[in-house]
Design a protein around this ligand. Structure first.
Ligand SMILES: C[S@@+](CC[C@H](N)C(=O)[O-])C[C@H]1O[C@@H](n2cnc3c(N)ncnc32)[C@H](O)[C@@H]1O
Length: 512
């Protein structure tokens, strides 16, 4: 066949800078959906990105592209392109040697010692994980520190707003550039050359989980998504893109997502305060980290500055769809300490608002005046599980089932807790019972999928994800999904579709 010379093809028309759209409105939109702030010096870059996006997605004008962004979710391709170009998803293994040294020589040994005789359970979350280098670094440190790793119940989670980088993380293949701080010995131990890339050890890939999560818009802590009671949250080089409001909002959610003695670590250069949380900034040599007030320091950490006592919560107006779903929420927030027991509507509102401590007090007050019910026991189990008190949560589930054998949430929470402990067969049994009671119990289908993924049963996982997707697609896209604030069925459909794409056997198996 005759080769067509590249030179004989018409040259592409030079891109003209995007014009005729409201730049400030676009900047506000990006900030609301993702927390990302476009600084003044990035405005020119923004123009270029909008111009290139119009070409890439074939929009006749910048106005058309921006109009689509307005209606699109932050995880749609148009938004992703913008996020990717404005932020630098750059990451590499063993980034920031001083932090790594602290984790390796102080935090990890101290945690392992505490947990060796108490549950052998470790939970680590890399929030804004990009292509997974940070989480895999933790996996390597764990593998080195724990020769008996297989006997531990280890949960390593990586989340990012960008599904594209998560696909790469799942694939686990990296170019030379990602290894610029990796000791040779560890590269040889944990990676195999594949063409021009290096593939991570399959065993390490199996103990990690990657999933999409928008730190600003999504709901966490969440038993449903297994984002709760972490021993360590790493959120490095993400806050550099956010403004103070967004940072404080995320810090509050991190605070609630930590185990009682958990640690939060930001990037080495990111020293922020967390006045509206229970978190205190501590320092171990050159390394800063956050830990709950009153908890003994990890390693040599000393208190940097006492953060002020948390201010009472501001009654911030909830988005319209949330307001519909939580009529009693504002009342619950502003109500003085109740002389009479709080109503179940107040408890629902506190739960919905994720005010766990207040919800627990309200449940106890209600039970002491009106007696127990299966529903209240299930709610109490949920709060306990979110705080990492798994034994108490499990006992509450059992009490609940004794009171009402058809309380599906008791089976559901039971399944989640057993899965957390690595008792997979019992967990599966409990989740199946929840589905037996209610075949349309979407969360239970989703958790069965998560369980199958942990066991490496991809086809089971996909089947359960598709069941969950079918149920989510049948629901009103604007309605609140699974009682989780900020999570609509429309958003859940997107998440489930992304996960199904991510776990397709040909994607996951590419490197193994
Ligand atoms: C510079 S990378 C940091 C990667 C890694 N944590 C590290 O320090 O090497 C920043 C990551 O934050 C992610 N990100 C930005 N905004 C986010 C949001 N609202 N929710 C979740 N992830 C976000 C980006 O997609 C990007 O992958």
């Amino acid at each position: 066949m005759k080769q067509v010379s590249k030179l004989s093809q018409p040259l592409p028309a030079p891109s003209l800078p995007a014009q005729g759209y409201d730049e400030n409105a676009l900047i506000r939109l990006l900030q609301t959906r993702t927390g990302i702030v476009v600084r003044d010096h990035q405005r020119e870059l923004l123009q270029t990105v909008v111009t290139e996006a119009c070409e890439k997605f074939d929009y006749p004008s910048a106005d058309d592209y921006v109009a689509v962004l307005n209606d699109a979710s932050a995880s749609g391709p148009e938004f992703q392109y913008l996020i990717e170009r404005i932020t630098v998803g750059e990451s590499y293994f063993f980034r920031d040697p001083e932090q790594i040294q602290f984790l390796k020589t102080q935090w990890l040994p101290s945690l392992i010692e505490r947990r060796r005789n108490g549950g052998r359970r470790l939970r680590i979350w890399s929030a804004g994980c990009s292509r997974g280098q940070e989480l895999y670094t933790m996996a390597m440190l764990l593998r080195e520190a724990l020769p008996d790793l297989a006997e531990w119940n280890v949960h390593l989670y990586g989340t990012d707003i960008n599904p594209q980088v998560l696909q790469d993380a799942n694939r686990g293949a990296y170019t030379e550039w990602s290894f610029r701080a990796t000791p040779d010995r560890l590269r040889e131990r944990f990676f195999t050359p594949r063409g021009r890339q290096w593939a991570i050890d399959t065993a390490l890939r199996r103990i990690t989980n990657f999933a999409p999560l928008n730190l600003i818009q999504d709901n966490y802590p969440s038993v449903l998504y297994d984002i709760h009671s972490f021993d360590l949250i790493l959120c490095r080089n993400v806050f550099i893109y956010f403004d103070q409001d967004a940072i404080q909002q995320v810090l509050q959610k991190f605070n609630r997502s930590l185990a009682p003695d958990g640690v939060l670590m930001l990037g080495a250069a990111e020293v922020v305060e967390a006045p509206s949380t229970e978190l205190e900034l501590r320092r171990a040599g050159p390394v800063f980290y956050f830990q709950r007030r009153g908890v003994p320091s990890t390693g040599d950490g000393v208190l940097v500055r006492k953060t002020p006592v948390p201010r009472p919560r501001q009654a911030t107006p909830a988005p319209a769809h949330e307001r519909r779903a939580q009529p009693d929420a504002a009342a619950a927030r502003s109500r003085p300490p109740a002389a009479t027991a709080p109503t179940t509507a107040t408890i629902d509102a506190l739960m919905h608002n994720q005010q766990w401590c207040e919800a627990m007090q309200a449940i106890d007050a209600h039970i002491s005046q009106h007696g127990s019910s299966a529903e209240l026991l299930a709610q109490k189990a949920n709060v306990k599980a979110n705080h990492g008190h798994l034994d108490e949560a499990l006992a509450l589930c059992d009490q609940c089932i004794e009171l009402d054998a058809l309380e599906k949430r008791a089976y559901f929470f039971r399944g989640m807790i057993l899965a957390e402990r690595g008792e997979f067969a019992a967990a599966e049994g409990a989740l199946r019972k929840a589905i037996y009671v209610d075949p349309k119990f979407l969360e239970a289908h989703y958790q069965l999928a998560a369980l199958a993924l942990r066991k490496g049963q991809m086809s089971h996982a996909l089947k359960n994800l598709r069941n969950a997707l079918e149920l989510a697609e049948a629901a009103d896209p604007d309605a609140i999904a699974c009682g989780a604030p900020g999570m609509t069925f429309g958003r859940l459909v997107q998440i489930l579709r992304q996960e199904i794409t991510m776990y397709r056997p040909d994607d996951r198996g590419a490197v193994a």
